[in-house]
Design a protein around this ligand. Structure first.
Ligand SMILES: CC(=O)SCCNC(=O)CCNC(=O)[C@H](O)C(C)(C)COP(=O)(O)OP(=O)(O)OC[C@H]1O[C@@H](n2cnc3c(N)ncnc32)[C@H](O)[C@@H]1OP(=O)(O)O
Length: 398
């Protein structure tokens, strides 16, 4: 049976709990207890940014966004909507409710001056139609501790210390902010993220902080042990520089009684194998999509990032969901402007998102038919312009 004409509106604070329950039910998660809700989850809901769709007077769909920013190649950060809490009640799916919410949310982000929207997707087939594309990926690794010794050549410095969860609550938000320019794809963790995170932090989560030789904190790791043949799961490891990163790994690999150290959602180019004297001590157990990005304002997004040296290129962008974004852009190391010339390459908003942070090359996307080539040689030019020194990585779940 079709649902009646839906009503979409911004929810009031008294409706947030119901929206969160709807989300949890749709994600097949258990209901939230009152304490977790009021002390933690509630903090993720920003007034004016929680949407609800009502059918026959009942809440049937919800989606929220948080105020954030995203680091782009070249070191700048652009205002960003961090989208989460997306759900439609099981008896109201495939009737266009999500499509309405996505349109409303992207229009709202544009009104707020947000250049991109970003999310983590529950399934791979939902968001491309709305112009989102996979902009970075993560890798899960398992390191066999008995075999793992860091090479003598790995630079050393500073000191790792354990801090209490209480101390970590004060320390980590600023420390994370200071590490955020590390690479493209990193995001500013929204204000409500940390209290929300504290809600999922278990009693046995341990926090290690690295300080450099002058005593300035420059990285941290959050981990937890499990199982009898003990594995340490590393949930969060963020560092401002390579020494802090390798020293945190050195620390984790030095914990007594541990058999395996599992890094979850790590950058795909983290050089773990190169740190190890025996590279086979590290096994990749999975590579997954990380952040999906939607360029809300294509010209502003293109202008915000830096480009490698190379010849300029005329790129045509098509955008079925936000047609105002469609256009031709002259992109080069000296900047970006709108162009009248014939395009050398054409691609849609979702493919541009995959190119934008440097995760995929234009050549790889063209091989899948996602970039149309009008001029021989243009792919090589695009590959050079959009390439980045490091793989993009978000590293923040939300
Ligand atoms: C960022 C996050 O929060 S991720 C979490 C997302 N939420 C979930 O996964 C919870 C469970 N799923 C749901 O709540 C819903 O199925 C949603 C939100 C994914 C989709 O909501 P719906 O209202 O059914 O989407 P809507 O009807 O607007 O669909 C639009 C199109 O997308 C397609 N579509 C939507 N969801 C899916 C899916 N999961 N798989 C494949 N296609 C899908 C529809 O078939 C439709 O295609 P059409 O235009 O060709 O007919």
């Amino acid at each position: 049976m079709d649902v009646g004409e839906p009503e979409l509106r911004v929810l009031s604070e008294s409706e947030y709990f119901t929206a969160n329950e709807l989300f949890r039910q749709a994600l097949l998660l258990p209901a939230t207890d009152e304490e977790t809700w009021s002390a933690h989850t509630r903090a993720m809901m920003e007034p004016g940014r929680v949407l609800g769709t009502f059918v026959d007077g009942e809440l049937a769909g919800t989606a929220l966004s948080m105020t954030s920013s995203l680091a782009v190649p070249g070191g700048a950060a652009v205002p960003a909507a961090a989208v989460t809490g997306v759900a439609v009640r099981a008896d109201a799916t495939r009737q266009g409710l999500l499509t309405r919410m996505m349109r409303h949310q992207l229009d709202d982000a544009a009104r707020r001056g947000e250049v991109v929207a970003m999310l983590h997707a529950s399934e791979g087939r939902i968001y491309e139609r709305f112009g989102y594309g996979v902009a970075c990926r993560t890798r899960n690794v398992e390191i066999d501790r008995a075999q793992a010794r860091l090479r003598d050549s790995v630079p050393r410095g500073g000191r790792v210390r354990l801090v209490t969860q209480e101390r970590a609550r004060d320390l980590l938000p600023e420390l994370h902010r200071n590490c955020a320019a590390d690479r493209a794809g990193r995001m500013y963790r929204p204000e409500g993220w940390w209290p929300g995170r504290a809600g999922v932090m278990k009693k046995n989560h341990v926090i290690a902080v690295h300080a450099d030789d002058s005593g300035v904190d420059d990285g941290f790791a959050v981990y937890q042990s499990r199982g009898e043949s003990t594995t340490v799961d590393v949930w969060d490891l963020v560092a401002a520089n390579e020494i802090a990163a390798s020293e945190l790994w050195r620390f984790l690999l030095g914990i007594d009684l541990v058999n395996t150290v599992a890094g979850l959602g790590r950058p795909v180019d983290e050089p773990v194998e190169w740190w190890l004297a025996d590279r086979r001590a590290c096994r990749t157990t999975g590579v997954d999509d990380d952040l999906w990005v939607r360029l809300v304002d294509v010209p502003a997004a293109l202008r915000a990032r830096g480009y490698a040296h190379g010849a300029p290129l005329v790129l045509e962008v098509t955008d079925g969901f936000l047609p105002a974004n469609a256009g031709r852009y002259l992109i080069g190391p000296d900047g970006v402007s709108t162009a009248d010339e014939s395009p050398q390459l054409t691609l849609d908003a979702a493919a541009l998102a995959a190119l934008y942070l440097g995760d995929q090359s234009a050549s790889a996307l063209a091989a899948a038919g996602l970039v149309q080539v009008h001029e021989p040689g243009a792919l090589a030019v695009a590959d050079e312009l959009f390439q980045t020194r490091r793989a993009p990585w978000c590293g923040t779940g939300f």
